[in-house]
Write a protein that binds this ligand. Structure first.
Ligand code: NDP
Length: 245
């Protein structure tokens, strides 16, 4: 992937940072978008540069369509034409459906699903024009199996699978592939807040008996973004230690 430009949303921390770093090791120059944690984003940039990549961090709320388009423009102006888009930015606002506010439902859909749509819409014209492009959307096994307390999150992630398959069909003949990676239970800030009982319950559902690492997800993204995956589109690759079989 030498010299290719990759854009990773939510690249300041966790899974997004691991994906950005793996793509840098694969030879890409990498831009990351983040919501507000500037220090974390700057740290990612330092790590990317240490890996030999040109790197850039842009604060951008992906749920804002104009901001998403502007960020894509800025990346292309600074680094060059984007070849790989990874929609990784995501949030949770868990609660049982009966008690979930419309605001919490909407906020999660806006970032996790509409945000990915905004980024794809902004990148696609260039991908189609160049007859090349890779899109990888980070969904979740929650979106495939459902998860109590996550009506908003599971809906957003199931929607992301529908988006992946639809865009894959739309642009397959233009040399653009669109795939999803569905992580299970991964050790990041998102799962760090869980209490011991919830953690043990989560782990008991994983046949491999261990929590996944951000790098486990990054390796799958790296494959789907590579030339080796040239005939793979519209797929959902689970990285979940067997949680959902
Ligand atoms: P983290 O909470 O550790 O990081 C979230 C990232 O998304 C941060 O970089 C954050 O930026 C960014 N972000 C949040 N909101 C926005 C927004 N509106 N616009 C742009 N960027 C935003 O999450 P994880 O690394 O755990 O998760 C990454 C992805 O993987 C998510 O889509 C998540 O749903 C998915 N996933 C995670 C699993 C897990 O077990 N951890 C399991 C299955 C799926 P900032 O640092 O500035 O806040």
């Amino acid at each position: 992937m030498n010299g290719k430009i990759a854009l990773v949303t939510g690249g300041s921390r966790g899974i997004g940072r691991a994906i950005a770093l793996q793509l840098a090791k694969d030879g890409c120059d990498v831009a990351v978008l983040y919501a507000g944690r500037r220090e974390a984003a700057d740290q990612t940039v330092s790590l990317l540069e240490a890996a030999g990549a040109r790197a850039l961090a842009i604060q951008c709320d992906v749920s804002d369509g104009e901001a998403a388009a502007a960020a894509v423009g800025e990346v292309e102006k600074t680094l060059g034409p984007i070849a790989i888009l990874v929609n990784n930015a995501g949030i949770i606002r868990d609660g049982l459906t009966m008690r979930m506010s419309s605001e919490d439902f909407r906020a999660v859909i806006d970032v996790n699903l509409t945000g990915a749509f905004h980024m794809i819409r902004a990148c696609l014209p260039g991908f189609v024009r160049r007859r090349a492009g890779r899109i990888v959307n980070i969904t979740s096994v929650s979106g495939m199996m459902g998860n109590p307390g996550q009506a908003n999150y599971a809906s957003s992630k199931a929607g992301l699978i529908g988006l992946t398959k639809t865009v894959a069909r739309e642009v397959a003949s233009r040399g653009v592939t669109v795939n999803a990676v569905a992580p299970g239970f991964i050790e990041t800030d998102m799962t760090a807040g869980m209490n011991e009982a919830a953690l043990q319950k989560g782990l008991s559902a994983v046949p491999m008996g261990r929590i996944g690492k951000p790098e486990d997800v990054a390796n799958a993204v790296s494959f789907l973004a590579s030339d080796a995956a040239g005939y793979v589109t519209g797929c959902v690759l689970k990285v979940d230690g067997g949680m959902y079989i």
